[in-house]
Design a protein around this ligand. Structure first.
Ligand code: GDP
Ligand code: MG
Length: 139
């Protein structure tokens, strides 16, 4: 996967609250092209694998419980400088600290149920995109 790509999930809270359409709108309006997308529900094993880097953090159990609580939308996005620009578009992890107009500022309620995921590096964007999508599922 090229470095002009990032990986995102619309998390269970945002799906349950009916924000899929609005968030996809913001993503597209932000200049991102969707190159792969699926609607799925994680289980303990897949969520645990995805968030393996956080296994030692105190909120790990809560995070896995939340991320398996309902369906999500997973997508690979393309744009120049995708990883950094997408982190700017979504805002800070804690929505109360997220800049006005960012996706987390608009649609997230708490630091755990924070509406969206965005990869934090080109390397992780590739790992995360490959975790969810086979080569036949992305353009
Ligand atoms: P991100 O890269 O901005 O998503 O943040 P992190 O990589 O630090 O954390 C991954 C995810 O874990 C966050 O998006 C939240 O859903 C969750 N999380 C982070 N910090 C906390 C916390 O203090 N408590 C809980 N319950 N969840 C957290
Ligand atoms: Mg992170």
């Amino acid at each position: 996967m090229a470095t002009n790509r990032t990986f995102t999930m619309i998390k269970p809270d945002a799906v349950a609250n009916g924000h899929i359409g609005a968030i996809l709108n913001d993503i597209i309006a932000g200049g991102f092209k969707i190159v792969a997308m699926k609607y799925i529900q994680l289980n303990e094993e897949t969520a645990g694998n995805f968030y393996g880097v956080h296994r030692e953090r105190p909120f790990y159990g809560e995070l896995v419980r939340f991320m398996t609580s309902g369906p999500i939308v997973a997508a690979i996005l393309e744009k120049e400088n995708a990883v950094e620009d997408f982190r700017t578009l979504i805002g800070a992890t804690d929505p109360s600290k997220a800049v006005e107009g960012t996706i987390r500022n608009k649609y997230a309620k708490s630091i755990d149920a924070n509406a969206v995921h965005g990869s934090d590096s080109d390397e992780n964007a590739a790992i995360e995109g490959n975790f969810f999508f086979s080569m036949f599922e992305r353009f």
